[in-house]
Ligand binder design. Structure first.
Ligand code: NAD
Ligand code: MG
Length: 389
């Protein structure tokens, strides 16, 4: 029986993970559920999945969580605070962790799961962007098996040989949908609204990653993520816009073969790969009808309209603390955009300013990275005033 901790249980990935888990009642169960602040949604998930432990990051929500669990007649233990979530991520009561908290807030629990040698279904790409070397080293040192839950990286994982080796790989090609503003000129993006930005044409996702998809920062974060997961330099990671979002990524080998993974844009496939691996299990996702789809198109990314992609490549090449700065500035800028405080084009501008203000330092330790993250957040919050509507 696989015992799974779903961190970010109330979000888009968490709900998809619980959907797949519930399809295999004899083989796996959600033993731990954790969320940020939406206690009612967490209680709803607890009523349905009856976990051993439930945790909410917002400590003020603990009494309501406790009362709700009691009212539902559940024996589920209630916890609150980020430290409790981190402890549960590393606790021996589970063997598998779905890391689906959004943002750098997911780093501690991702690291705890890696250090505990868990099977780590890693959706929280920001933890790899911020501290990829440390996360990968922790997984290596403690025997954790990371299975990427990002459609592109999960596709690459499926295309690579069983030992995950990239020795025969010439290059990786990450596909990108292009987001809701594909084909638009930079000037026309100045006045787009948060509602327009989160209306993704192909994927239904949380608000932060939806905005990242609209700016192409998501693809930039994914290039950094791929570098850490697969150990290839940026020069061997390419990005191709593919508006249908059916080819989830490609691996080109030294003999000229290219393998790709295709499927409908539904994250339950990637989650089923992670939960069932090395077996294939039912995910609830139907097959691909290529005749009905008709065609597969490919085009280069527009780096003029969407400068975030180049900023991310630059941060990866600068190394050290630069990716942490990129990520933190982006989180702050996206949050301000979603609150209606700044325009869409201020997102790349703020990230670029933070990278310029905080030149890359060697990332000697987790503390150095956390400090870079904090400095970038401060710098970006201060710069917001200049960008305010
Ligand atoms: P979401 O906004 O729908 O959900 C985020 C979850 O994180 C929620 O359950 C929320 O309660 C929880 N959370 C937020 N802050 C927290 C905190 N401080 N402590 C504990 N929990 C906290 O986001 P999502 O779309 O599910 O994305 C989650 C992660 O997966 C992101 O890193 C994203 O980049 C990645 N991802 C998502 C998709 C997708 O299809 N949605 C695809 C690839 C990767
Ligand atoms: Mg992705």
């Amino acid at each position: 029986m696989r015992r799974v901790a779903v961190l970010g249980a109330t979000g888009s990935i968490g709900i998809s993970a619980l959907d797949v888990i519930a399809r295999h009642p004899g083989e796996m169960r959600a033993a731990v559920l954790a969320a940020g602040s939406n206690v009612e949604a967490l209680l709803e998930a607890c009523r349905r999945h009856r976990p051993d432990d439930a945790a909410i990051a917002d400590e003020a929500a603990l009494p309501r969580l406790r009362d709700g669990l009691r009212e539902a007649g559940l024996a589920t233990r209630a916890h609150a605070g980020m430290d409790a979530i981190t402890a549960l991520a590393g606790d021996a009561g589970t063997d598998t962790v779905v890391a689906a908290i959004v943002g750098a807030a997911g780093l501690d629990s991702t690291l705890a799961a890696a250090r505990a040698g868990k099977r780590l279904l890693l959706a929280n790409k920001e933890s790899l962007v911020l501290a990829g070397e440390l996360v990968m080293a922790a997984a290596r040192d403690h025997g954790a098996r990371i299975i990427p839950i990002d459609s592109e990286h999960n596709a690459i994982f499926q295309c690579l040989p069983a030992d995950g080796g990239c020795g025969d790989v010439r290059r990786l090609v990450l596909t990108a949908s292009g987001g809701p503003f594909r084909g638009r000129a930079r000037d026309s993006l100045a006045a787009v609204t948060p509602a327009q930005a989160i209306a993704h044409p192909k994927w239904s996702m949380g608000p932060k990653i939806s905005v990242d998809s609209a700016t192409l920062m998501n693809k930039g974060l994914e290039v950094i993520e791929a570098h850490h997961l697969f150990g290839l330099p940026s020069s061997r990671i390419d990005v191709l816009v593919h508006p249908q979002s059916l080819v989830h990524s490609l691996v080109e080998f030294i003999d000229g073969s290219t393998l790709a993974q295709l499927g409908l844009p539904d994250m339950r496939t990637a989650l089923a790969v992670g939960l069932g691996w090395p077996r294939r299990i039912e995910s609830g996702v139907g097959g691909l009808d290529l005749l009905a789809q008709g065609r597969l198109d490919f085009e280069p990314p527009d780096t003029d309209a969407f400068p975030c992609l180049a900023l991310a490549f630059g941060a990866l090449d600068a190394g050290g603390t630069a990716p942490a700065v990129l990520n933190a500035a982006n989180e702050e800028a996206v949050s301000a955009f979603l609150q209606g405080r700044i325009g869409f084009l201020s997102i790349p501008a703020l990230v670029e300013e933070a990278l310029a203000a905080l030149p890359a330092q060697p990332a000697a330790s987790l503390d150095t990275l956390r400090e870079a993250d904090a400095l970038a957040r401060d710098a970006t919050r201060r710069a917001l005033a200049r960008h305010a509507h």
